[in-house]
Design a protein around this ligand. Sequence first.
Ligand code: HEC
Length: 126
Amino acid sequence: MPPGEAGGLSIQSARERWVKRTVISCLVGTAIAACVPPQDGLAADARAGQQKASICMSCHGVDGISGTPLVPNLAGQKEAYLIKALKDYREGRRDNAIMRSMASDLSDGDIADLAAFFADMPRKTK
Ligand code: HEC
């Protein structure tokens, strides 16, 4: 058996698969955050929120500032408001098909983490 090969699985091909998986996950629109380095100095809930927020960023922007007129900015929004908005979508009190489907699988803990993360982001200054 050539060096670097164990049980038919070479180290080289494992690394290639890892690279491929990473590249693909960075290319997929819903995984944009996988390419964004973790921010330092975030509280634990905000850091957990960042991991859950990759799908949100495809619409709300990687920096929480949306590039689309009818998609609101989330960066720097009040945390309690974000929690309320997400629960309202999840429970149907606020009616929007996109956000209802986004919020339907979120637990209260997910919502708290996401709200902490987006509330911590700097608002647009101009
Ligand atoms: C496919 C695009 C899309 C994705 C993905 C998405 N959103 Fe939204 N989001 C929207 C749109 C459009 C609205 C405005 C809906 C409305 O008019 O009520 C919105 C509204 C919101 C609001 C209300 C903001 C306000 O100012 O009232 C919050 C909070 C929010 N989204 C959070 C999230 C979170 C958290 C995620 C990820 C779990 C997410 N969104 C994923 C499109 C998206």
